[in-house]
Design a protein around this ligand. Structure first.
Ligand code: AMP
Length: 209
């Protein structure tokens, strides 16, 4: 099962990806997570990406495309994968199709998780991630993870002005991919402004259709 998750930052892609991993046992490939890991290791890739991430801008296409060509050539992606945060531009979508075509693979489904932008601003402003187990939660939980006791941290780019810029970058550069996948008959749109379980039921049904 080769899945693309579309949807604005904060729409719930990471949360649904975690369910998809349990269901399909395929790797979750999040370009944002790859950049954050590279940054915390202080690699040249991480330091380059930081310049764009801090401003809520997109990392240049060629850098992302080369990174993902390499990642998708790894053996663990052969049974399937969940792409979260990639592709984000038309050029990335075309490059993805080319890379997959070279190994006789295709995207099976593109899920667009839709949430009102003002709901997203609120969600992201209070989003927290457990530094220990990686669970995504909200500031309502306090400062430590209720599952493992790890520290709950806020992402550097989850502040209101950067969030608003990320949303406008999404509208301009990523939302057009909805038409791209619709044209290929791969798009399923899902209302993401509902409880996680309800959204998950639709995500699962879309993957099984
Ligand atoms: P995310 O965790 O998906 O919200 O991504 C965080 C940041 O990483 C984005 O705001 C971009 O700066 C960068 N990023 C992640 N994925 C991509 C991508 N496919 N293309 C360009 N930049 C990306």
């Amino acid at each position: 099962m080769n899945i693309v998750l579309l949807g604005a930052p904060g729409a719930g892609k990471g949360t649904q990806a975690a369910r998809l991993i349990e269901e399909y046992h395929v790797p979750h490939i999040s370009t944002g997570d790859i950049f954050r890991a590279a940054l915390s290791e202080g690699t040249p890739l991480g330091l380059e990406a930081k310049k764009y991430m801090d401003a809520g801008e997109l990392v240049p296409d060629q850098l992302v495309i080369d990174l993902m060509d390499e990642r998708l050539s790894q053996a663990d992606t052969a049974p399937g994968f969940i792409l979260d945060g990639f592709p984000r531009t038309a050029a990335q979508a075309v490059a993805l199709d080319e890379a997959l075509g070279a190994s006789d693979r295709v995207i099976d489904v593109a899920l667009s998780i839709d949430v009102d932008p003002e709901v997203i601003v609120k969600r992201l402003s209070s989003r927290r991630t457990c530094a220990s187990c990686g669970r995504i939660t909200s500031a309502d939980e306090g400062t430590s993870c209720k599952e493992c006791g790890g520290a709950l941290e806020q992402r550097a780019d989850d502040n209101e002005s950067t969030i608003r810029n990320r949303l406008s970058v999404y509208e301009e550069q990523t939302a057009p991919l909805i038409n791209y996948y619709q044209g290929k008959g791969l798009l399923v749109e899902i209302d993401g402004d509902r409880p996680v379980e309800t959204v998950w039921a639709d995500v699962k049904a879309a993957c099984e259709r």
